[in-house]
Design a protein around this ligand. Structure first.
Ligand SMILES: [Zn+2]
Length: 354
């Protein structure tokens, strides 16, 4: 596990680590005019973040999306389901005038409005895939999943609208959850499955041939926002400041269950974008308790001990810089601009030879 006790060490890792997305790979200095021409001609980078329910985009990688928007990246958040089976999780929540939360339709309408406010807070574009929330089955034995829900749609069929959207938006990088869903909700597991399937199929002209022109995304990442190392860092940071940490029980129960930790390959520094993330969380007023654990950590402590969103690089279709075992990517677009430039070079050569 890397030592992330101070920002100074983090800075060292940044400089020691591999190139960041915004870096310019040219060796000679460019004149202002050249820079202007090359920047306006450059294709914007595009990030697609796929999530299971409205609110997941605010609790997993939210600050990363806000940061990339600020850096000129086109960011599209995709939500697989309408979140119609979510309960009210905020004890102080009052259903807004003219709305109701007792039917799937009523909840869907409330959550659509919350999602629109969250997307505005993050500055991202947003699309729904249109599936129906599967709900979190509880009890022993577990009850069957409700008919027609996302998790029961056959995978080949469930991946189609995402393949179509990948081919339309043409992301260079996609993010989703790891195979466990990161959380054992059937929609989170399904979200992983459709994302991995769409990542693999979108560039293949023989698959989903009526769903648009093929587009092969370059990299696929898993969100690891609630890794044990992040929980421990924040927990120790709060105790060190003499505050009561809400994470002690969580850490203990996860340690007891011996859930294997997944590898983290990438730390994106996002502390400047905590305000946008927090506004996005608050936008989901029926789901996020403003007195709950999301808001229990003073932001100056969080910025000091854990200023990152962390990710696992799951798939890459491009060559990447070699990393030592203690080196990490500091962004999701590492290697992407270089791959695009190399692709342009290949095209120019092909045109000259044609
Ligand atoms: Zn969810």
């Amino acid at each position: 596990m890397p030592d992330k006790a101070s920002n100074e060490q983090h800075e060292q890792r940044r400089t020691r680590g591999v190139e960041h997305t915004a870096s310019n790979t040219q060796c000679r200095p460019l004149s202002a005019q050249e820079v202007q021409v090359s920047e306006t001609e450059r294709e914007p980078l595009r990030l697609m973040a796929v999530h299971a329910h409205p609110d997941d985009e605010s609790s997993k990688g939210a600050a990363t999306t806000a940061r990339y928007v600020a850096e000129g990246v086109e960011v599209l958040v995709v939500t697989c389901t309408g979140g119609e089976r979510g309960d009210i999780l905020n004890p102080s929540y009052v259903v807004p005038e003219g709305h109701e939360f007792d039917s799937l339709e009523g909840r869907s309408a409330v959550r659509r409005e919350e999602m629109a406010r969250s997307a505005a807070a993050l500055g991202v574009r947003h699309r729904w895939l249109g599936f129906v929330d599967s709900g979190l089955p509880e009890g022993d034995p577990l009850p069957p999943l409700p008919e027609g829900c996302f998790a029961l749609v056959p995978l080949e069929e469930a991946a189609e609208p995402l393949v179509r959207l990948v081919r339309e938006f043409r992301p260079h990088v996609m993010t989703t959850y790891d195979p466990s869903g990161g959380y054992p909700h059937p929609d989170h597991i399904r979200c992983h499955e459709v994302s991995a399937a769409a990542f693999a199929a979108a560039g293949d002209a023989t698959r989903y041939s009526t769903a648009g022109e093929p587009w092969e995304p370059m990299k696929l990442y898993y969100n690891h926002g609630f890794s044990m190392e992040s929980l421990r860092a924040v927990h120790e940071g709060m105790e060190g400041a003499g505050l009561e940490s809400p994470f002690g029980d969580w850490i203990e129960s996860r340690t007891a269950r011996e859930i294997p930790e997944r590898e983290v390959t990438t730390y994106v520094e996002v502390s400047d974008y905590f305000p946008q993330r927090d506004e996005a969380l608050r936008a989901h007023a029926s789901q996020i308790d403003p007195e709950g654990f999301f808001f229990a950590v003073p932001r100056d402590i969080e910025a000091d001990v854990w200023p990152w969103d962390s990710y696992e690089l799951a798939e890459s279709n491009i060559p990447l810089p070699q990393r030592a075992h203690d080196e990490y990517e500091d962004g999701l677009f590492v290697g992407v601009r270089e791959a695009l430039d190399a692709g342009d070079e290949d095209r120019r050569t092909a045109e000259v030879n044609a």
